[in-house]
Design a protein around this ligand. Structure first.
Ligand SMILES: NC(=O)c1ccc[n+]([C@@H]2O[C@H](COP(=O)([O-])OP(=O)(O)OC[C@H]3O[C@@H](n4cnc5c(N)ncnc54)[C@H](OP(=O)(O)O)[C@@H]3O)[C@@H](O)[C@H]2O)c1
Length: 261
């Protein structure tokens, strides 16, 4: 499970430190001041006092369309290559590190030639060791994802998407990820799925295992090879959600929840 840092504003450092102290070993952020305070993510990691090699840090390059033009981490008038390079410099400085474990393109860029250009710059970061792996977020088009996969020298290792009914829960994309050793990360996992959390099946499993409905659902996700992002601000929820690895749903239970999708 990855701790998500969006929308925490001036409390970002406090929650990141609390999440790490409670056992989160992976942190997701973005160089996108509109929704994330990346500098305070860095401060939170430093405050927790964890050594760099024991924490997985993921951030994102956010194209202009996803930025607030009045609060940009790079100059919107520069060419794309400089934007990407400057964004990474800001992330490294904010996160107080000389390497990043995982760097994502926050959302697909069009035209496709610009997307491929950014991907090639990402590949050069991997080549020089500053970035350990690269991936994409908000890509719901299997053809586009397959195209990037097949044309790239360094393959995507992460797909981070909204996990919801409108995308058919990314069934095809998830199968592609499983086949090609790509980690599928979900967000909106709880908020987009109250119908599943409130289903009789999840309710009964919650009684059987003496776990909350959120714990049952997060456990289900991890057992079908999904890595959920979790941005809880509650220490109680942090503890509960990290405790999901203490129990396991059986195959029939997994199938029953799976059929709700
Ligand atoms: N790539 C993208 O475009 C994108 C978009 C959105 C989000 N993200 C990433 O995903 C992260 C997670 O965002 P999210 O939208 O999925 O939602 P979230 O921030 O994880 O919010 C979950 C909501 O469910 C509540 N909740 C109730 N029981 C819970 C439990 N046991 N555990 C956790 N939460 C519980 C939380 O309230 P409490 O705080 O009271 O627990 C919170 O209001 C973000 O911080 C960000 O890193 C990425």
């Amino acid at each position: 499970m990855i701790y998500g840092t969006a929308w925490k504003e001036e409390k970002t450092a406090q929650f990141v430190a609390l999440a790490i102290e409670n056992g989160f070993k992976a942190i997701d952020t973005a160089c996108q001041p509109k929704h994330y305070n990346e500098k305070l993510v860095g401060d939170g990691i430093a405050k927790a006092g964890i050594s760099r090699e024991d924490i997985f840090i993921q951030t994102k390059f956010t194209p202009i369309g996803g930025q607030d033009v009045n609060n940009m981490p790079y100059n919107a008038n520069d060419d794309l290559a400089k934007q990407v390079n400057d964004s990474l410099k800001v992330s490294l400085s904010n996160l107080q590190t000389n390497y990043i474990d995982s760097l994502l393109i926050h959302s697909p860029i069009s035209p496709i030639k610009d997307m491929l250009k950014v991907w090639q710059i990402f590949e050069s970061f991997v080549d020089n060791g500053i970035i350990k792996q690269i991936g994409i977020s908000n890509c719901y088009d299997i053809k586009l994802f397959e195209y990037i996969y097949s044309t790239s020298k360094i393959k995507p290792k992460v797909l981070q998407n909204r996990f919801y009914a409108s995308s058919g829960y990314d069934k095809e994309l998830r199968a592609f990820c499983n086949k090609n050793d790509i980690s599928y990360q979900s967000f909106w996992s709880l908020t987009a799925n109250p119908h599943i959390l409130n289903s009789d099946i999840v309710h009964n499993l919650s009684d059987k295992y003496n776990k909350t409905k959120a714990q049952i659902f997060y456990r289900f996700l991890t057992q079908i090879n999904i890595t959920p992002l979790n941005g809880t601000t509650s220490e109680k929820h942090m503890k509960e959600d990290l405790a999901i690895f203490e129990f396991e749903l059986d195959g029939e239970e997994i199938d029953k929840i799976d059929r709700l999708f």
